[in-house]
Design a binder for this molecule. Structure first.
Ligand SMILES: [Fe+2]
Length: 367
């Protein structure tokens, strides 16, 4: 099964022409074709938990520039990268070395039981230890000056010798947030909610650009798990195309699907905060990243072309603002399932999710 690709251009053009900064209720001016496009966005998110989009503002060149820099960074010796490690700040900025993050399926016994009950061909690969991937955390966007959930007041971490670091991280980060905002507006319209219902909650959220790097020279054997089966606790996650495939997602019907991201496309995945806001109409997408035979093919090609053997994912976690309340919105409040999603501050929700995992595992775990 191949996921369809939606081109955001018609919506972006309409949006630029109509809204120009005002949040007036002009949803009614959408023509039938655009309304259908928005319904497609919400339907695909509901049924698959993932969405492939084309956003002309996020070009292949931008993605390449970002991945080239991250490959150069992850290829540096461990001693160099460890200079950007901030364990005392719980790895919330800078680098997290491989072997620190535990996948939820490794530490959550309830989840392990559920996995055993799945049909064999749809079961995820059970990881045997922590994820063998490095990660770099870079905050994107402004934060509220007055908040109950102050993030650690630490300076951004920049590796020495990477003069283009801040500009590259910020520009790719902002572009990815813009794509998420467009999808969030379209999804809202598709769900028959006000256009800005999600984006207004995202304003000044603790968005995080968090690319990962996996060393395929060490871990390039089929069946290896780079990121064990889990869901993301944020609102929506977006990735540029990785040079090495390997992401599997689970559709709402339980089917496991290997995702193929075409060149020039972005992949968006639903997180737990979106599930909360829609009272489970849209579930948080379960996913894993593993070495597949397609990853091996990509490794062989990269070897022939003398390219880097680090698998970089250009992941950005978009969040609901920490002080905003997560609760089923609009007509979703009347859903029979809304009782499962009681109102909670997004910041408290994130802390609780982390605590559950931290109690079951022993280490700091971030999405
Ligand atoms: Fe994830």
């Amino acid at each position: 099964m191949e996921l369809p690709v939606l081109d955001l251009s018609p919506y972006l053009e309409f949006s630029a022409a109509k809204y120009s900064g005002s949040s007036a209720n002009v949803e009614n001016q959408l023509d039938a074709q655009l309304k259908d496009l928005c319904s497609e966005v919400s339907r695909i998110l509901r049924e698959t938990g993932a969405l492939l989009v084309k956003d002309p503002r996020c070009s292949t060149t931008d993605n390449d520039r970002f991945i080239d820099m991250m490959e150069k960074y992850f290829e540096k010796p461990d001693e160099f990268k460890l200079l950007q490690e901030r364990p005392h700040l719980h790895y919330q900025v800078g680098v997290t070395p491989e072997g620190v993050e535990d996948p939820r399926s490794l530490v959550d016994e309830d989840m392990q039981q559920k996995l055993k009950a799945m049909p064999k061909k749809h079961q995820p690969i059970t990881p045997v230890g922590p994820d063998p991937k490095w990660r770099f955390m870079w905050r994107v966007g402004s934060r509220p000056s007055n908040t109950r959930f102050k993030e650690l007041n630490s300076d951004p971490v920049m590796p020495e010798g990477f003069h283009e670091w801040k500009e590259t991280m910020d520009s790719w980060g902002y572009k990815m947030i813009s794509a998420i905002e467009a999808v969030a507006e379209m999804a809202a319209i598709g769900f028959e909610l006000p256009r800005d219902v999600f984006t207004s909650l995202m304003h000044q959220g603790p968005h995080l650009l968090a690319p990962t790097g996996s060393d395929l020279r060490c871990y390039g054997q089929e069946g290896n798990v780079f990121a064990g089966y889990h869901y993301d606790l944020n609102f929506l996650t977006i990735h540029g195309r990785s040079r090495f495939p390997g992401l599997n997602i689970w559709l709402r019907n339980g089917q496991k699907v290997e995702v193929k991201v075409p060149v020039g496309c972005l992949l968006i995945q639903t997180g737990k905060q979106l599930e909360w806001l829609t009272a489970g109409d849209c579930l948080a997408g379960m996913h894993e990243v593993v070495m597949s035979n397609r990853t091996i093919e990509a490794i062989i090609l990269a070897q022939h072309q003398n390219r880097s053997l680090w698998r970089v994912s250009s992941t950005l976690f978009a969040h609901i603002a920490s002080d905003a309340v997560l609760k089923p919105l609009g007509h979703f409040a009347d859903s029979p399932l809304s009782g499962k999603y009681s109102p909670i501050c997004a910041g408290e929700f994130v802390e609780k999710e982390l605590a559950v995992i931290n109690l079951k595992g022993k280490k700091q775990h971030i999405e």
